[in-house]
Design a protein around this ligand. Sequence first.
Ligand code: P6P
Length: 337
Amino acid sequence: MSQKNQTLGEFIIENQASFKYSSGELSRLINSIRLAAKVVNHAVNKAGLVDILGHSGDTNTQGENQQKLDVYANEKFIQMLTNRNIVCGIASEEEQDFMAINSYDNNHQNKYVVLIDPLDGSSNIDVNVSVGTIFSIYRRVTPVGSAVTIEDFLQKGTEQVAAGYIIYGTSTMLVYTTGDGVNGFTLNPAIGTFYLSHPNMRFPTHGSIYSVNEGNYIHFPQGIKNYIKYCQMEEEDRPYTSRYIGSLVSDFHRNMIKGGIYLYPQSSTYPEGKLRLLYECNPMAFLAEQAHGKASDGYRRILDIQPEALHQRVPFVCGSAAMVEDVKRFMSKEHKL
Ligand code: P6P
């Protein structure tokens, strides 16, 4: 149940009963993400300015040497997640290996692992286009009291206990799920508070937007080529509208609100697809399904894929359920598994 103008903090407390694990730990975990989001948002919003000043060797307001924003975002999320003493492991797009976290030497009693893409689409910063942070949360599967191992991270997407993103756009939003629907919170930068602005977000079953980098068209599988031509045909509810921001979080967010589909298929440049299964596709797939959408690699449900490597890539098709099913139909017609 949501109330008008409810803050994220109030929402977490009011809905913690629906979370099947210890609510206190999850609340602290989401609160650490909330704090990191505000810190990164501040840096992202003045990035252009800093870029101008950065070449004079200036330091930022925290006295740190100006770093690339995605490195900065990575450090801030790791710092905030570590400080709350509820995380036992972190994996990040910016780190080659996972990190075992034993903050305050509490003998590895913490139960959650977090996987993050700290600043997805960061190349868009230079051209003032929105970017995002993506996070995925699991409970560890190895015994509490020991250091985490790779198997704590290589869990199927169905095992996620929470997932979400922060979109640093015309406004900054935190959108997340703990398996009981998707809710969006908009930051009031004047007071640094997230307010519930988009309760119970849902993908329309069908939409008329398709998001794909058509520059890769000639490299796509025939089934994807056929689907793109289907989107462009003059018949029934088509042609669809092509919208591609080049920032997964932004394209996903728009498609969830308006209805649509995002595709990053395999191509000659990316024979396994470009997007990472663990900290891009799985969290977005969890959100999509919780919002009554779907996510597939063109054949299989993303959440059912058994991960084999931390930075594994997969083809990714995600959005309105009927549109994802259309793509799967085009793929099965052309490519027998
Ligand atoms: P391309 C950003 O690098 C990203 O991971 C997604 O956010 C985005 O949708 C995609 O890659 C853009 O890739 O090859 O179309 O520039």
